[in-house]
Write a protein that binds this ligand. Structure first.
Ligand code: ZN
Length: 387
């Protein structure tokens, strides 16, 4: 009787995560099948209830009102070890997918992947972290810091109501681990993110009859067209600064000289000093046609996450720990923002992209690689134990 004795040096967290992989997938499925679009607070609340119920036995949960959005939640885990200071893990409960998307994009397991709305961005990341905490408890690994997972309900719509909570929790933390998806099918970590924002430009001219009173009109659309050429020219590709007019509305009828035109412009900037540049150039806009006026509002609403010394050190730790799991991990920078932008801007070492490995965030091919579930879960456990 008895099978062969297999001597293995496999990392204990990796072994744990592999043993639990079925449970992890079941949990991801439950999370994905509980739809939670940002603009439907009752659904988001239902998802938050599901998530917090799943950690009831391993932590203490507090919820916070989310204004026009769903509630935010914080979970402090009960873990072995004597604690000094705090680690903050950041996630979001909302997705970009409208209610009912599951009907056309159901959760499914196929081709070595899990598919479904929000599976990558970012329900798998939340599940990985919860199982990483279970690993620390079940393996009785002491951690040196209190561990708090904050789950925001308005990340996909700008994080207006969660931002103060995120910043408060970050100020009390030695490090922030953001559970957003990794970059690409290699799952690179994100050590730099551009600052993100927008400007709204309103040009007001003077309406008149395009046929009988043409000269009395000041055409706001024509004025805006001239302004937009100038605005698009604020892009500085060599510095990574991009300025992209995305929406334009103007005029009422073709036979009326347009009295008003409005444009929304996306801005991205890798460094805080680029903010000064953007404020200066947008502030300098003057009408070409003196009969028109220009109103400019906006700016960066997420500061850049810069690759500071603290971020570099945290990445080195992550990459050493990943090597113990047999995984080579690389870093990347991205033009997209996350709640990690806020915490990094406070000078708190922040590493992002620790969640699922896959592709298609916000797209119909949204999916994660099943064979990367275990090492991501193990890496989160190891990071928390090491910081
Ligand atoms: Zn996300």
């Amino acid at each position: 009787m008895g099978g062969p004795v297999i001597i293995t040096t496999m990392d204990r967290f990796l072994r744990y995560a592999r043993q639990k992989q079925k449970d992890i997938i079941t949990s991801i499925r439950e999370f994905v099948e509980c739809e939670s679009p940002s603009d439907h607070p009752p659904s988001v609340n239902r998802f938050v209830d599901l998530l917090t119920a799943s950690v009831k036995d391993i932590g203490r949960v507090r919820t916070f009102p989310g204004g026009a959005y769903g509630k935010h939640a914080r979970c402090e885990f009960t873990l072995p070890g004597k604690k000094d200071g705090q680690i903050l893990a950041l996630g979001h409960s909302d997705t970009v997918w409208t209610l009912g998307t599951l009907a056309t994009m159901p959760f499914r397991e196929a081709k070595g992947r899990l598919w479904g709305p929000g599976v990558l961005d970012m329900k798998s990341g939340l599940v990985f972290f919860i199982f990483a905490m279970r690993a620390l408890r079940d393996l009785d690994v002491p951690v040196a810091r209190k561990v708090v997972l904050q789950i925001n309900s308005d990340e996909e719509v700008g994080s207006e109501t969660s931002r103060p909570l995120t910043e408060e929790a970050a100020r009390a933390s030695a490090a922030v681990l953001v559970l957003e998806p990794g970059t690409g099918l290699e799952g690179k970590l994100k050590t730099a993110r551009k600052g993100v924002g927008d400007y709204t430009i309103v040009v007001r001219g003077r309406a008149s009859h395009a046929g009988v009173d043409f000269s009395n009109g000041a055409n706001a659309i024509v004025e805006m067209a001239r302004q937009l050429e100038k605005i698009a020219g604020f892009t500085r590709l060599d510095r990574g600064v991009t300025v992209s007019p995305g929406v334009v509305h103007g005029g009422t009828r073709s036979n009326v000289v347009a009295a008003e035109c409005r444009a929304e412009v996306d801005i991205r900037a890798p460094r805080d000093r680029d903010r000064v540049y953007l404020e200066r150039v947008f502030g300098s806009l003057k009408p070409f046609d003196k009969r028109c006026t220009i109103e400019v509002t906006g700016g960066l609403n997420r500061p850049p996450m810069e690759r500071s010394a603290g971020v570099r050190k945290l990445f080195r730790t992550a990459s050493t720990l990943a090597a113990e799991l047999g995984v080579t991990i690389e870093e990347s920078s991205t033009g997209g923002g996350s709640d990690g932008n806020f915490t990094a801007a406070l000078g708190v070492p922040t590493i992002d992209g620790l969640g699922g490995v896959g592709e298609g965030a916000h797209a119909v091919n949204e999916s994660i690689l099943i064979h990367r579930i275990a090492d991501r879960t193990a890496l989160l456990a190891k990071l928390v134990a090491a910081i």
